[in-house]
Design a protein. Structure first.
Length: 114
């Protein structure tokens, strides 16, 4: 049972789907949103900038947003909603509506429309 959002670092940080499954799947969708080349470049830039240190969720989201293929205000807002759905929202078990509704283009779910 998921009792927290992936971005909530309380004592269950390294147990259950909130830490491993959902965030991992979110990166697959994020790669579809940014495109493989932009996604890989974003990861390299993030690693180069924050290596041997730490990064906040806001810094991570800003870094990925800078690699949107269409960086319009509406696309950046949609990406922000994507992160809220995937990293900051608690969903009860059961699937269906109990899961993030914004996904990468062509993936099952609401799809990213930028």
């Amino acid at each position: 049972m998921c009792t927290g959002a992936p971005s909530d670092p309380r004592p269950t940080l390294f147990s259950g789907s909130k830490t491993y499954r959902r965030p991992g799947i979110s990166y697959i969708a994020l790669r579809r949103i940014l495109g493989p080349a932009n996604f890989n470049t974003a990861l390299q830039q993030i690693q180069g900038t924050y290596r041997q240190g730490s990064i906040t969720e806001a810094q991570l989201e800003t870094a990925f947003a800078s690699f949107l293929p269409r960086p319009s205000p509406s696309c950046k807002a949609e990406l922000s909603r994507f992160f809220i759905h995937w990293w900051d929202t608690v969903y009860p078990p059961g699937g269906g509506a109990n899961r993030p509704q914004i996904t990468g283009p062509g993936l099952d779910g609401g799809g990213f429309h930028c």
